[in-house]
Design a binder for this molecule. Sequence first.
Ligand SMILES: NC(=O)c1ccc[n+]([C@@H]2O[C@H](COP(=O)([O-])OP(=O)(O)OC[C@H]3O[C@@H](n4cnc5c(N)ncnc54)[C@H](OP(=O)(O)O)[C@@H]3O)[C@@H](O)[C@H]2O)c1
Length: 306
Amino acid sequence: MSGLVAVTGVTGFIGGAILSALSADGWRVRVLVRRNIEIPGIESIHGHLLDQSALTALLQDVDAVIHCAGRVRGARQQDFHVANVEGTARLAHAAAAQPHPPRFLLISSLAAREPGLSWYAASKHEAELVLDEQAGQLAWTIFRPTAVYGPGDRELKPLFTAMRYGILPVPGRTDARLTLLHVDDLVAAVRKWLTSPATHKGPYELDDGTSDGYSWSDIRTLGETALNRRITMLRIPGGLLTATARVNLWLGRIIGYAPMLTPGKICELRHPDWRCNSSTAIQDLGWEPRIRLMDSLRKQSMSLAA
Ligand SMILES: NC(=O)c1ccc[n+]([C@@H]2O[C@H](COP(=O)([O-])OP(=O)(O)OC[C@H]3O[C@@H](n4cnc5c(N)ncnc54)[C@H](OP(=O)(O)O)[C@@H]3O)[C@@H](O)[C@H]2O)c1
């Protein structure tokens, strides 16, 4: 592949997977990193999303931008707003101001569909709106992946680990519909976007293509089959979850860390309908999700047995 691609968020779970794939495909990649690290063989611009000089250096002569940096945990609404909304606005504005504006891909989230649920969801929703406002001549596309899992993921890993011990913790209604996406399939969609000639706007919802998603009972059944053991669903009482999330938020503010389990996250976890429709992405991008939850659980089971 030829061309220069700017990528943000490469020190994270999804951005790291995108970086590895693009490098393997032969793209020239330039990344924005705010930590004091060097990535061997990759041109790194040090700075954050609100740092104008870093953005200028990042975007010079690039053909495409993949904006994957984002705040997924935090103790204050402002934390999410600054990183996700302001950060996207500044990056999009800087990209639109280039002499030859690059194509722009925003890794949003299915949560953007439900902005009332949490600070995170609201910030992803607003980021989508500011991209449109700032776009100017930019050809932009929005991906809305559902919950993503795979090597390096920290959010869904505890769930899979618990299933290996025979427990499936259920935070909400057992008949809630969930959707999932393996990180390799998300990366495959990014690769398709990069090589596709058309300008797509989206937002494109992305999941593993399982019709109607999964209920918690489906997940238990798949886990029992793949892991060859009995799994008990453990419904976590709403009051306990809420109390834990409140304490977590309070501690995050006092001690100064970014908590994942907050009251907003509980609202996301308890939302009854995260079904999504990938058919437009499949049709427009020529992408096809290949990894189902069953495949992944079987692989885990085999690696444990080896
Ligand atoms: N994981 C999922 O299930 C999922 C699902 C749908 C959408 N998404 C979206 O996918 C993106 C990546 O998620 P992830 O799970 O890979 O999260 P992650 O592992 O926490 O990685 C987040 C990345 O964003 C960077 N970042 C955060 N705030 C920044 C800022 N102000 N300036 C520059 N860089 C910043 C982080 O840099 P540091 O390493 O310096 O902190 C890190 O590289 C996010 O936009 C998220 O909303 C994730």
